[in-house]
Design a protein around this ligand. Sequence first.
Ligand SMILES: CC(C)(COP(=O)(O)OP(=O)(O)OC[C@H]1O[C@@H](n2cnc3c(N)ncnc32)[C@H](O)[C@@H]1OP(=O)(O)O)[C@@H](O)C(=O)NCCC(=O)NCCS
Length: 226
Amino acid sequence: MGARAFAAHHADTGPRGALVIRELREADLAEVVPLHREAFRGALGPMLGERYVRHFLRWFLAQPQAVCLVYDFAGEVAGYAFGAPDGYGAALNRELLPTVVLAALTHPHIVLHRHFAGKARGRLLGAWRRVTRGGGVGTPGMAATSSTRFSLTGIGVSPRHRKRKIGQQLLAAFEARVAAGGFASVCLDVYADNHAARRLYESMGWQLREELGRVLVYDKQLGSAT
Ligand SMILES: CC(C)(COP(=O)(O)OP(=O)(O)OC[C@H]1O[C@@H](n2cnc3c(N)ncnc32)[C@H](O)[C@@H]1OP(=O)(O)O)[C@@H](O)C(=O)NCCC(=O)NCCS
């Protein structure tokens, strides 16, 4: 469908019609996993393969406090956004450790990749230490948090649906859900050279807070005007 037809269709149906932002469901993973792998190509998680990405997304689905949304375009997932309260990384790394180890064994070339060397080894060691020190994986999932900050972990729009404001709509819906959950702010990491994503965030009132080399941290106070 071309951009004009899409816009007309959107105007006709509205949010209660064929186009809707709704909760991500297990059944959507068949579409969202390849979308996430394409959208985050070159990032560490997708490099670990389809199985890892499926487990990764499923982990968020299982967290009561996570927000996981899709943009459903007449039955097709055109985009998605998901995240969890700040500080989820430790529980995620701990619980996905077996999946990461298996992925590294079945994709040994990944271990030699500079991203893996830089990031995964530290995360794996941390997760391993927590597992061995704690005597087990403990209760699955992240503990209820007192954090007032929420992380946007991932957002992606299918290449054929990009530049039609789906990203903005997903982001607005994500922020609204997070605010309704009582969180005061949202944050995210983005690569400095990801200009499309940075413009999207900036167009929605997010502000650059920190530069960590290639990675930039943006955040937004919720309730503030966009
Ligand atoms: C970033 C992404 C989600 C944007 O989704 P989208 O639906 O195409 O974005 P929108 O149509 O809502 O665009 C909103 C604004 O973002 C900016 N933008 C979006 N795509 C852009 C592009 N290719 N180049 C420059 N600016 C862009 C523009 O400012 C745009 O507003 P405008 O159309 O009025 O100029 C999409 O490009 C994507 O999936 N990228 C790959 C995954 C990714 O990088 N995710 C973020 C990782 S942190």
